[in-house]
Ligand binder design. Structure first.
Ligand SMILES: Cc1ncc(C[n+]2csc(CCOP(=O)(O)OP(=O)(O)O)c2C)c(N)n1
Ligand SMILES: [Mg+2]
Length: 564
């Protein structure tokens, strides 16, 4: 049943190595030992870098960062005993719709159910975090299964895929068959296709948008996956419509654009929530309208007139009843709306734009003192502000969740359309390894990762991987000696103010991460005064070494909560 006219006898390992090369894979991330023979063939037949890292979860996060930075599937691997650690790492990629391909070793038909050392049935655990989850039991299936893995990962709404190869270490790759290592370059990156929307639905959506007096666009990760930022901004400008983004869509419009109102939802900027809640029509583009982006469906309130554009028809209207729904690729759809847009009508929204800009101005005045604070220990708002000012225009900014997501989502501004922004979809500890993966995928771009200290602790061992593989990402640690996002919640359960002892639930020993970084061979810089931060960032970016900037911040600082 093999497709292809150029079949020849080869091992699974040779076939897989050739196929990964054919798909343009440059790095794979793993903990040994899995597909050992394939690794040997990769060395003989390809230039693929085989990064041996300190945990399967961080391998998955690195592959995820690589995928989100490049649009190409990121590949990670584990032997049978590490399979569920790898599955845990796919969870963020699943939530963020990131095309990660995971290979694991798995059971032999000859020995399963006989209490084989280290073996359980791992396949079901991949089910909730993958689009395609399958076993490769016959070596002749390598070509079609690997093609299906790539096809599934990048198509439609992208997402993770899992293939389990027979043998605890995937020893099926030793076996031979007549095969052709055929690849489909179309599926080597997101998006393989740009489905055209139905023109009538485009015109219906446009009619509502143009008829509204106070419309707002909420742009999500689908706009970023489609590479539709330019079309989004052009349409907003043509029709004079303010733009809010989800956290995942933060880089679809620069923060200094006059129509940008910020990130909307729970980890958000107050101005975005206020503008969205004043709108008479919300246009959702490439967003799931999930809890984080809508502050659990309070921003906007259910019942607010809405239209929605998405590549996935099943997303249309899931949480908000729609006046118009458009099923298509974001770039093509926004381009079509722009072609038919009536620019003459935009003038009627002058007052609305002035109101939205006024709300943004109020946000700036309200937070000016925090954003420019000279306090020691350093305020996180000031750290975000310094990053807004000094992160290079072509950088990839990678951000952890929890407070990191709140601080950077709300307080950081991208100042160029060339900058990228990627964030954890909820898993603490994602950002540091994801930043390393992003740097592997885009070595020519600066990568600046923002994480809390609890976030860094998760995968701190990967500093050694960064040094060994010369992954020169810059990691900024908001080091307050605890996971202080939890402070509010513990105050609450203690009836208002927690006991001193309760702090053992969320604080750590004070730590100097710069010194740890130096010991491992990276550049470590400790910053205790905000004024020293720009020079530290410049030094780290120029160092040609992985760098950790350990910023000592205020453990009492709490990020503002969402307004609705
Ligand atoms: C895998 C995972 N476990 C637990 C959490 C819950 N959580 C969110 S923020 C946080 C603490 C964050 O601490 P840190 O990274 O130091 O940032 P800080 O709040 O101190 O600024 C925790 C435990 C999570 N988001 N992900
Ligand atoms: Mg902390």
């Amino acid at each position: 049943m093999q497709i292809g006219h150029n079949r020849k006898k080869m091992t699974g390992a040779q076939c897989l190595a050739d196929m990964l090369k054919g798909y343009g894979v440059t790095h794979v991330f793993h903990v040994p030992a899995v597909l050992r023979t394939t690794y040997a063939e990769m060395e003989r037949r390809t230039d693929i870098k085989r990064l041996h890292v300190h945990g399967e979860k961080s391998a998955a996060y690195m592959a995820d960062g690589y995928a989100r930075a490049t649009g190409k599937p990121g590949v990670c691997m584990a032997q049978v005993i590490g399979a569920l650690n790898l599955a845990a790492g796919l969870r963020d990629a699943w939530l963020a719709h990131s095309p990660v391909i995971a290979f694991t070793g798995g059971r032999e038909a000859k020995t399963k159910f006989r209490k084989v050392y280290q073996e359980v049935d791992d396949v079901p655990a991949f089910e909730p975090v993958t689009k395609f989850n399958a076993t490769v039991d016959d070596v002749a299936r390598f070509p079609d299964m690997v093609r299906q893995a790539f096809r599934s990962a990048v198509s439609g709404t992208p997402g993770p895929v899992h293939l389990q190869f027979r043998g605890n270490e995937g020893q099926i790759d030793l076996e031979e068959a007549e095969m052709e290592p055929l690849v489909e370059p179309l599926f080597a990156r997101v998006p393989p296709f740009r489905p055209q929307p139905d023109q009538a639905s485009v015109l219906a959506a446009l009619k509502h948008l143009q008829g509204a007096e106070r419309p707002v666009i909420v742009a999500g990760g689908g706009v970023r996956a489609s590479g539709a930022a330019a079309e989004l901004v052009a349409l907003a400008e043509a029709l004079q419509i303010p733009v809010a983004t989800s956290l995942n869509g933060k880089d679809t419009i620069p923060g200094n654009h006059p129509l940008s109102v910020g990130v909307v939802g729970t980890y958000s900027r107050e101005s975005a929530n206020r503008v969205v809640n004043r709108a008479d029509l919300v246009c959702f583009v490439g967003t799931e309208t999930g809890g984080m982006t809508t502050h659990f469906w309070a921003v906007p309130a259910i019942g607010t007139p809405a239209i929605q554009i998405d590549i996935d028809a099943e997303a249309l209207g899931r949480n908000y009843p729609l006046l118009a729904a458009v099923n298509g690729d974001a770039k093509v759809t926004l381009g079509k709306m722009l072609e038919s847009a009536d620019r003459a009508g935009a003038g009627k929204r002058k007052a609305w734009i002035a109101e939205a800009q006024g709300i943004c101005g109020e946000w700036r005045s309200k937070y000016k003192s925090a954003l420019t604070s000279d306090a020691v220990p350093i305020r996180p708002e000031r750290l975000c502000h310094e990053l807004s000012l000094h992160v290079p225009d072509d950088a990839i900014v990678v951000v952890d969740t929890g407070h990191a997501g709140m601080w950077m989502g709300g307080m950081y501004d991208l100042k160029s359309p060339k900058q990228s922004y990627m964030r954890s979809a909820g898993h603490l500890g994602w950002a540091f390894p994801a930043g390393l993966g992003a740097k592997c995928g885009a070595p020519e771009r600066p990568v600046v990762t923002f994480t809390g200290d609890a976030g860094l602790w998760y995968h701190i061992g990967e500093i050694e991987t960064a040094v060994r593989w010369k992954i020169n990402a810059v990691t900024v640690v908001n080091n307050n000696g605890g996971g202080n996002q939890s402070k509010r919640g513990f105050d609450r359960v203690y009836g208002g103010k927690q006991t001193e002892q309760a702090r053992e639930l969320w604080t750590f020993n004070k730590m100097n991460f710069a010194r740890i970084a130096e010991d491992i061979g990276a550049l470590g810089i400790r910053v205790e005064d905000a004024k020293a931060f720009p020079a530290a960032l410049a030094q780290a970016l120029a160092a040609n070494r992985p760098a950790i900037i350990d910023v000592v911040t205020d453990i009492e600082a709490l990020a503002p909560t969402a307004v609705s």
